[in-house]
Ligand binder design. Structure first.
Ligand code: NAG
Ligand code: NAG
Ligand code: NAG
Ligand code: NAG
Ligand code: NAG
Ligand code: NAG
Ligand code: NAG
Ligand code: NAG
Ligand code: CU
Length: 572
């Protein structure tokens, strides 16, 4: 009797455990991030780089959709720092978004701040990085979001998954590099290398011993989660002899398609499947620049890792491993290759694009030149012909506040920190991508926000300009994913181009590379109250002012209202 009872009970417990497992409730992940100076050796030099927990790249965060994150950031470095969780929607938790002087004041040396947020409705690959000066050159890592337990991927489960983080390396403290540029008004020094998972690879000096090796088995399917964490460079990415099946970008699923080349702007991620269908061997994984600006200096090098089949026999003792195969790569300025890739992106599912819009905005994005101010010396004006570089959106070069963050100023009603008169349309209409008169090259400066009512349906035509030079700008919006409903070259023409809008299955992203001398149209619903910066993700352009911010008002009730600020939120 008791025996039967016991086995019955055991069965019940087993059943209960099964039920609990299959409906695993969201977890909360706790992490400590210690920001600290760490000696890092690359390219025959040792640099005291700022890292998280002494790692480069920093720790990979792995969560399931629906999970919470609590990350205590302790600043043991000599610089102010903040951390941004790139692409995380931060619904009502703007206090955890991270851009310095936008949603928080910096975490000063010796201080700490705990970021608390939840991942809701996003699956795939995102990442995190410092959002203060140029610290993100070495303060970055992957954020991987699996579906909820028991929920499959919308593609066959890969046998293996590897984050591939493309980075950019200077043989100097990158903060010194941008400070020098800010002082001189010239373009900052270009980097010394690109990296894959922190390593430059075989084509650079003193690097081949530490080249990143990505293992592969014959017959397996391998999910590469590719992230462009470079500061200032859009990058082509390919793997010799292996075709990609693209399945996601910026933590949104895509209709699968095949290609042997992808391009990522800084800030973007792309998930691709590759198959172990090649003769067992060693194949280069490569990242190299896509450079669309004319006559601009850039780091023209190629980073490599090695895809290595595990069945490749080890070479006899003392012999080197075989030289991997290099994939063919496009020219640095092959814009056609970029267009060919981006035009294939389609949301996997039918998109919920707003059919009508309440806000019909047009924002120009581009560079500019300031004439040398009278009180400046010659070495403060080392831009072209004795000018200083600048950049703007709708002719406003964005200045960050320094005594309050925008979100704190908004919350506490502090006057004098920002204005809400960011123009809805370019203040002057001109042939944006033509031969622009020099009288239009110098923008004004300001901390101007654009106010949005809660729930408003927003369309932004982001129009590139050819001022100084046309360039592909990877525009990133915080706090939102948006649909890219169309893009093209030249000046956006509503009469013609509206017909090209894809309102059925446009890709949803958080960063859109605006075609060089062209435009892109995005749509989103303003359902996340707070202050959200939109900026070019080339860090050199942020420093010049290529940014603006939206102020999204609260709606009605708790679920449409920004949460209260955390008690440990830093003050300026
Ligand atoms: C930038 O490059 C120039 C020329 O190579 C060099 O003299 C200067 O020290 C560099 N500056 C920084 C901050 O790396
Ligand atoms: C970049 O390097 C490649 C060789 O790797 C060369 O063919 C090309 O001309 C270079 N481009 C520039 C702009 O320096
Ligand atoms: C790319 O650059 C090369 C010079 O390196 C030039 O000959 C070619 O016209 C450029 N192509 C485009 C599309 O700009
Ligand atoms: C600088 O001046 C030279 C000579 O006058 C001119 O050819 C060039 O276009 C100027 N560059 C810029 C960016 O203004
Ligand atoms: C904040 O700084 C701005 C510009 O530096 C200044 O105009 C404003 O008065 C300051 N606000 C407060 C509250 O200190
Ligand atoms: C651009 O316009 C200026 C005058 O506004 C003219 O001097 C110059 O030749 C033009 N350049 C081109 C390439 O058409
Ligand atoms: C930007 O504003 C400045 C200052 O008012 C003006 O000189 C310039 O022509 C404007 N440029 C554009 C593109 O609107
Ligand atoms: C750090 O940020 C504070 C404002 O919070 C500012 O007063 C201070 O100058 C900054 N320090 C550095 C080194 O930038
Ligand atoms: Cu830019």
């Amino acid at each position: 009797m008791t025996k039967i009872m016991a086995s019955y009970l055991l069965g019940l417990v087993f059943l209960l455990a099964l039920v609990l497992l299959s409906t695993a409730s969201p977890k909360t992940h706790y992490h400590d991030f210690v920001v600290q100076a760490t000696p890092v050796k690359r390219l025959c030099n040792t640099v005291n780089a700022i890292t998280v927990n002494g790692q480069l790249p920093g720790p990979t965060l792995v969560v399931n959709e629906g999970d919470g994150l609590v990350i205590n950031v302790v600043n043991r470095a000599k610089y102010n720092v903040t951390i941004h969780w790139h692409g995380v929607r931060q619904m009502r938790t703007g206090w955890a978004d991270g851009p310095e002087f936008v949603t928080q004041c910096p975490i000063r040396p010796g201080e700490s701040y705990t970021y608390r947020f939840t991942i809701q409705g996003q699956e795939g690959t995102l990442w995190w990085h410092a959002h203060s000066s140029w610290l993100r050159a070495s303060v970055y890592g992957a954020l991987i979001i699996h579906p909820r337990e028991g929920t499959p991927y919308p593609f066959p489960k890969p046998d293996r998954e590897t984050p591939i983080i493309l980075g950019e390396w200077w043989n100097r403290d990158p903060v010194t590099v941008i400070r020098q540029a800010t002082r001189t008004g010239a373009a900052p020094n270009v980097s010394d290398a690109y990296t894959i998972n922190g390593q430059p690879g075989d084509l650079y000096k003193c690097s081949s011993q530490d080249t990143t090796i990505v293992p592969m088995d014959v017959g397996e399917t391998h999910l590469l989660r590719v992230i462009n964490a470079a500061l200032n460079q859009e990058l082509f990415f390919s793997v010799a002899n292996h075709i990609f099946t693209v399945v996601g970008a910026d933590a949104s699923y895509l209709k699968p398609f095949t290609t042997n080349l992808i391009m990522l702007g800084p800030g973007q991620t792309t998930d691709v499947l590759i198959s172990g269908d090649q003769p067992p061997g060693r194949y280069y994984i490569t990242g190299k620049p896509y450079q669309s600006a004319q006559n601009a200096a850039f780091d023209n090098t190629t980073t490599t890792a090695v895809l290595e089949y595990r069945s490749v026999p080890c070479p006899a003792k003392g012999l080197p491993k075989s030289t991997p195969v290099l994939p063919p790569m496009p020219a640095f300025n092959d814009t056609n290759a970029v267009t060919s890739f981006t035009s294939k992106l389609r949301s996997l599912r039918r998109a919920e694009v707003p059919a009508d819009v309440d806000e019909d905005l047009v924002f120009t994005v581009g560079l500019g030149l300031n004439t040398c101010p009278p009180n400046f010396s010659k070495n403060q004006c080392q831009g072209p012909n004795g000018t200083r570089f600048t950049a703007s959106m709708n002719n406003v070069s964005f200045i960050l506040p320094s005594n309050w963050s925008l979100l704190q100023a908004h919350r506490y009603g502090i006057p004098g920190v920002f204005t809400t008169d960011f123009p809805a349309k370019p203040p002057v209409k001109f042939d944006y991508t033509g031969n622009v008169s020099r009288s239009l090259w110098q923008p004004l400066t300001g901390t101007k926000l654009y106010r949005l009512k809660y729930g408003s349906r927003v369309q932004v035509v982001i129009q590139g300009t050819s001022i100084v030079t046309g360039e592909n700008h990877p525009m990133h919006l915080h706090g939102y994913d948006f649909y890219i409903v169309a893009e093209g070259f030249g000046n956006f023409d509503p009469k013609v181009d509206v017909k090209k809008f894809n309102l059925v299955d446009p890709p949803m992203r958080n960063t859109v590379p605006i075609p060089v001398n062209g435009w892109a149209v995005i749509r989103f619903v303003a359902d996340n109250p707070g202050v959200w910066i939109m900026h070019c993700h080339l860090d050199v352009h942020i420093a010049w002012g290529l940014a603006m911010a939206f102020l999204v008002e609260d709606g009605v009730g708790e679920y449409e209202t920004l949460q209260a600020p955390p008690e440990d939120l830093p003050l300026c």
